[in-house]
Design a binder for this molecule. Structure first.
Ligand code: ZN
Length: 343
């Protein structure tokens, strides 16, 4: 792999310094495993200036978060369209959300073109040691760098070009910040949202594998909470209903059905416990305030013994039965066990 000028600058060496080593053993320059992808900056796509100061944190981000914009699945795969998408998101975030700039650091189009989102994101990513504070994952923006992928991926797959550019981009970010594959996440791993869509979310293990292969890094998947939504039925919903009752949301039915009453109960729980409501705001948003996901479960579950007669104990027994698992009556269901039972 050729060593580009940027890589040289990064290592603190210059072409002159390399030349001075003539006759000596060549310094062992660790060539990056993944070259820098082409990222079009905010000037390229005609961004508006930010409406405030971009906050740059003196730390690296520790998670890479995959989003979908939840917008149309355009058949226009051109660079100009990628630029138009970037402008559309920025306008939406500044004019409708009232943010100072685009929320996400990076945008990936269906044509596979990557653009800078929030100003300074590219400069800071290249320098490797700091993080542009964005607005894309409630309560986690100081640790997460986010990629908005153009489109809606609840039922259809991403384009081949989008996937290829996403793999390259995520691998590059992971390399820049030494982020392990287990920290490549979907938006729904932080907030109760359908983002990045069921189809793209299901491909995250494949993304981690592809990135791990490119970087020669170990591949592992994170421990995650499930996302429950209207239409779901069964043991997980019934367990959630018992857990809500245990937390004082007594109006919730105990029918194992995620209907309007369950949606309303989760909404009430979210408001009462001040769970940040931040669905994906790429360019539109549905009402996701009654979904139960990563932000709600940790507040619902608590360590419990299997034989406890209250609603938490009942929830644990429902999940154990559904999983076909037997446990002694004095078995303690701790948070990792809850998570594995809900998987
Ligand atoms: Zn999102």
């Amino acid at each position: 792999m050729s060593i580009n000028r940027r890589a040289l600058l990064r290592t603190g060496l210059t072409v002159g310094a390399l030349g001075a080593t003539a006759g000596l053993a060549r310094p062992a320059l660790a060539a990056p495993a993944v070259g820098e992808p082409q990222i079009y900056d905010t000037r390229n796509w005609g961004a508006r200036p930010p409406n405030g100061t971009i906050q740059v944190l003196n730390q690296r981000p520790t998670f890479i978060v995959v989003h979908h914009t939840a917008g149309a699945n355009s058949t226009d795969l051109s660079l100009e369209h990628a630029f138009a998408i970037s402008r559309g998101i920025q306008n939406f975030h500044m004019d409708s959300r009232g943010w100072i700039d685009s929320g996400q650091q990076l945008t990936n189009s269906r044509g596979g073109f990557v653009t800078e989102g929030r100003h300074r994101s590219l400069e800071v990513l290249t320098a490797r040691n700091r993080h542009v504070m964005g607005a894309h994952v409630a309560n986690n923006n100081s640790t997460c760098i986010g990629i908005e992928n153009e489109g809606l991926y609840m039922e259809v797959n991403v384009t081949t070009r989008l996937w290829a550019s996403l793999v390259h981009l995520v691998a590059y970010i992971a390399q820049q910040y030494a982020i392990p594959t287990s920290r490549i996440m979907g938006h729904r791993d932080f907030n109760a949202t359908l983002c990045p869509g069921d189809v793209l979310y299901r491909r995250l293990p494949e993304l981690r594998t592809a990135v791990g292969r490119l970087l020669g890094a170990p591949v592992s998947d994170p421990d995650t909470w499930p996302l429950l939504r209207p239409g779901d039925t069964g043991a997980k919903v019934l367990a959630a209903q018992h857990l809500l009752r245990a937390r004082g949301i007594t109006e919730v039915p105990l029918d194992g059905v995620y209907g309007p009453a369950m949606f309303a109960a989760v909404q009430r729980f979210g408001v009462r416990d001040a769970i940040p409501y931040e669905p994906c705001y790429g360019c539109r948003h549905d009402d996701e305030s009654g979904l139960l996901g990563a932000s709600g479960w940790p507040l619902l579950v608590r360590p419990v013994q299997v034989d406890e007669p209250d609603d938490v104990g009942k929830a644990a027994r429902i999940l154990l039965d559904a999983a076909g698992r037997r446990a002694g009556t004095d078995t303690l269901i701790d948070t990792p066990t809850w998570r594995s039972l809900l998987r």
